[in-house]
Design a protein around this ligand. Structure first.
Ligand code: ADP
Length: 336
């Protein structure tokens, strides 16, 4: 292996820079050259490249974003586009490509591998943590920390003013950010995709829960975490619907893209570093077509297609804890 390339693709995630740094420093250690294509697959198509050596990656691990830019590329999905990308990679004599991104980016990597002979390794970089084959993904820990921080602040004002707040968090079609941030901040209720699929909450059931919690506690603050795409009209609409029924001030708060930025947590920096090193080691071993991930205390590799075909579930233990801690209705039924 003499030369490898790296891209960051799709939604950005805190810790991507730390991963780029680890790829470059590890490659350099083995005398392997690194090229970056800028703006994800768009850069591969436009031949927009730069060389990366250790001077380019000095002191970047503490910053979110990505020094080589990320983007989405609709046209890359065409077979001719993958062939064009393959030609560009071959022209630079690239032996392997590291794709740091989410499931869409891995579909892209898989697509490319049908048209290119080089090795392809995925590294999970997404705040959503929704990839099968890795305990967690780069950026997830930081996003949870950001959401928790916001939820703590919301609690301050909710408590002072006796208000109900609906805080909408990211996560795409998974409830990992929602569950973790709700648990870490003591939110009274969560609307998560996994739970909605099983037993959808209704305005009536939410109102009932809010009233029961407030009756039992004698405290009117109530904070609810809503995963994006889980309520028609989102947090704004739900707050209106609840206010109509409760005659209490109900306020929406949308955290949006704040969850994609900020100082990466120690966990994300360490994870990104481990996975960047792992990706280069896999390339040196001749491996291709897998995602470099973690499992328990160790490292793991998962075929790219499995990362999106198989579903990683929420921890049932966490869900049970969160639901039992805020179940005053059941408690009163049991006579306590
Ligand atoms: P993420 O990696 O964050 O999930 P996207 O879903 O936006 O982000 O995907 C990033 C890019 O990966 C897309 O813009 C596209 O270029 C490529 N891609 C996504 N899905 C496919 C697919 N089915 N075939 C080929 N390329 C894809």
């Amino acid at each position: 292996i003499q030369r490898i390339a790296v891209i960051t693709s799709g939604g950005d995630a805190p810790g991507m820079n730390a991963c780029i740094r680890a790829v470059v420093l590890t490659a350099q250690h083995y005398g392997i050259e690194v090229l970056a294509f800028r703006h994800g697959y768009e850069g591969l198509l436009n031949n927009d490249w730069q060389r990366l050596d250790e001077t380019n990656v000095l002191h970047i691990l503490q910053y979110s974003g990505t020094i080589i830019k990320s983007a989405r590329s609709e046209r890359f999905k065409q077979a001719e586009a993958a062939q064009e990308a393959a030609r560009n990679l071959d022209a630079h004599q690239i032996d392997a490509l590291v794709v740091i991104g989410g499931d869409g980016s891995f579909r892209g990597a898989d697509h490319l591998s049908h048209h290119w002979d080089g090795q392809v390794i995925g590294v999970p970089g997404t705040i959503d943590n929704d990839l099968f084959g890795s305990d967690d993904t780069i950026g997830y820990s930081t996003a949870v920390e950001t959401a928790m921080d916001a939820l703590d602040k919301i609690r301050d004002t909710a408590e002072a003013m006796d208000r109900v707040f609906i805080v909408e968090v990211m996560g795409r079609h998974a409830g990992f950010i929602g569950l973790s941030s709700a648990m870490a901040s003591g939110a009274e209720r969560m609307i998560l995709p996994e739970l909605q699929r099983e037993k959808p909450l209704t305005v009536a059931s939410i109102v009932k829960h809010i009233e029961a919690v407030q009756r039992v506690r004698g405290d009117s603050s109530y904070v609810m975490v809503l995963s994006e795409h889980q309520w028609p009209g989102g947090a704004v609409r739900l707050a209106e619907q609840l206010e109509d029924r409760l005659h209490l001030p109900c306020r929406p708060c949308l955290l949006g893209h704040t969850q994609r930025g900020g100082r990466p947590t120690a966990h994300d920096r360490i994870l990104a570093t481990r996975l960047g090193v792992h990706a280069v080691q896999l390339i040196r071993q001749g491996v291709s077509g897998v995602m470099a991930g973690t499992s328990g205390q160790g490292l793991a590799e998962t075929p790219l297609a499995e990362t999106w075909q198989k579903r990683k579930g929420l921890s049932q233990e966490w869900v049970d804890i969160q639901q039992s801690l805020f179940n005053p209705v059941k408690k009163s039924k049991n006579g306590s």
